[in-house]
Design a binder for this molecule. Sequence first.
Ligand code: ATP
Ligand code: MG
Length: 467
Amino acid sequence: MTSDNGLQLQRLAEAEPTIIPRDAHSISRADISDNALKVLYRLRNAGYQAYMVGGGVRDLSLGREPKDFDVATDARPEEVRRLFRNCRLIGRRFRLAHVHFGAEIIEVATFRALHPPEDGDGDGDGDGADGERVIENGRIVRDNVYGTLAEDALRRDFTVNALYYNIDDFSVVDHAGGMDDLEAGVIRLIGDPRERYQEDPVRMLRAVRFALKLGFRIHPETAAPMHEMAGSVADMPPARLFDEALKLFMSGDALDAFEILRHYGLFDSLLPLTAEALEDEGNEQWVPFIAAALRNTDERIGADKPVTPAFLFAALLWPAVRRREADLVEAGEAPIPALQQAAAEVQAMQQARIALPKRFSIPMREIWTLQPRFARRGGKRAQRLLGHPRFRAAYDFLELRAGAGDAPAELAQWWREFQEQPERPPSQKKKSSRGGRRRRGGRGRGKGNGEGGGNGTAASTPEESAE
Ligand code: ATP
Ligand code: MG
């Protein structure tokens, strides 16, 4: 199998590329960062080949602003380091030079060779035992064999990511048909899709991400193996999946990402416990709950407001927490310890899939475990909760829950009013329908007629009528 794909790519690498001259494409040096230009020119002036590649070429061709600029060269990482004082070599799996300019980092990669056809020495790494390229079970775990531009182009993931802007004559070099796909709006893997996903399952997530970001469609052949292979994403390192998940859910298209990931079965690989909870019968509130959280995230990003992965993951995992909590309560555990335990278990299990750094997982847990405190409003309790450093996030979370019928609307409304006039707490009315957590008897025995008491306009607030 590998050799089919390998041979096909090898033939392509030997074919002549399409060269798009400077007046036939829309990339202008004025749009490339000064630092990237500095790196490109210095490499060229030292006698090396130097190209801008990847997202920079792709996005500038589409008239979009690139997130960062990547450089490809025939200079070895050590040679790159010698040229730049502000340069660090990083990565074991994939050795790279990072050239630092204050906050901006220009990533400089040396051309990689294609994976040669099965080499027959039995270890499947295609190069004997020098350890520069390591392939295990068809998966690339190390890739430091250097090659030509053509080879480098064909081992990139998508055709639109394999365009090279040549600083020597300002032309674009296209070995994979990327320019046509850019014009047609197509995300297409280079080579045999199954093998490319087997080499690196994260490419499935990248296909979804680029399709969303660029408004492109995924080519049918690139999409075809996804349903079947989506499960292999689960074997990827949790730190890498954290990076990819953030890019998917914090780029302004989270709601669409959620739908497409679910469509391909990729959501299950990222958030298996949530995926299970979404399938539970009688729990139809969870898809709208997550959709509302993601829509809210997208709107905040659209408005340049900050979003935190803590809140995002609190929402993404909440259906799983609630499900586990319900099981524990059913088994006889009291509600609050049940929630604590469910939170701990879900977090620990999820951690094995997506590595959430502590600075996010700690506030995430707090958002969850503060939820029962909203129900206890007597005495000074409400005041104290208002002063809690995580109050705002936890309250926003309560609103989200109330919107999906997972907490009493009355409770969210009470807190909305209370924040406006903490010195005059609104009265607590008896709940007619309890959408929320089941409480033991005796709670929520409010004064009855909370209405008419002066601040009763809240029933028609925008928060209530939205959704
Ligand atoms: P953006 O930076 O906007 O997310 P990008 O295309 O620049 O998009 P990067 O992750 O920065 O994406 O990677 C730079 C380039 O490296 C890609 O355009 C692609 O050519 C190549 N590349 C990145 N990851 C992979 C991968 N998993 N498999 C093959 N090629 C990859
Ligand atoms: Mg990039």
